[in-house]
Design a protein around this ligand. Structure first.
Ligand code: AMP
Length: 177
């Protein structure tokens, strides 16, 4: 299949849900893509290809949709996977970063011993919007002793300018705006 056909396949399996989780948000629902064996495998291959210029030792996935793409991509890359989770979910000693949301603040955590010193990390999520979550994860990976090789997302809502907030190369498969 040509790259254009692969992009059309993947894009056609992302459902747009208006006004979720709140009015004015056009939510990109990846569940139809996950349910389609060929579509999901194609999405992971396209993400893999988009990061082929990056040196990666470990994949860090952001809760929760970043786990789905992150684990698949780690398997394809032949490297391990480390979860970044919402507060209070990881069982052993953690490091935390807090970051600004549109209204209020949120935090993310990683196990203190999750990364080997200097590990070259690929951060993975399904979608980049304002970039706040990815920027906080960059900070967290650095706090844990890793080096961020890049951030890989399936979808970049580029009209929101999120990649400018992220201090690392951003790779995406579908870009809007
Ligand atoms: P941000 O921190 O603004 O870049 O938001 C990114 C996070 O919020 C990701 O984990 C996405 O899964 C989720 N997210 C933000 N906007 C959307 C959207 N329009 N559709 C689906 N997920 C979204």
């Amino acid at each position: 299949m040509t790259t254009d056909n692969r992009l059309t396949l993947v894009e056609g399996l992302i459902r747009e849900v208006p006004n979720f989780p709140k009015p004015g948000i056009l939510f990109k629902d990846i569940t139809p893509l996950l349910a389609d064996a060929e579509g999901f495998a194609t999405a992971v291959t396209l993400m893999f290809e988009s990061t082929s210029d990056l040196e990666v030792d470990t994949v860090v996935g952001i809760e929760s949709r970043g786990f789905l793409f992150g684990v698949a991509l780690a398997t394809t890359l032949g490297c391990g996977f480390v979860p970044v989770r919402k507060p209070g979910k990881l069982p052993a000693a953690t490091l935390t970063v807090s970051y600004e949301l549109e209204y209020g603040r949120d935090s993310l955590e990683i196990h203190r011993d999750a990364l080997r010193p200097g590990a070259r990390v690929l951060i993975v999520d399904d979608l980049l919007a304002t970039g706040g979550t990815a920027a906080a994860t960059v900070e967290l990976v650095e706090k844990a002793g890793g080096q961020v090789a890049g951030v890989a997302v399936l979808i970049d809502l580029a009209f929101l300018g999120g990649s400018a907030k992220v201090q690392a190369p951003v790779r995406s498969v579908l870009r809007y705006g």
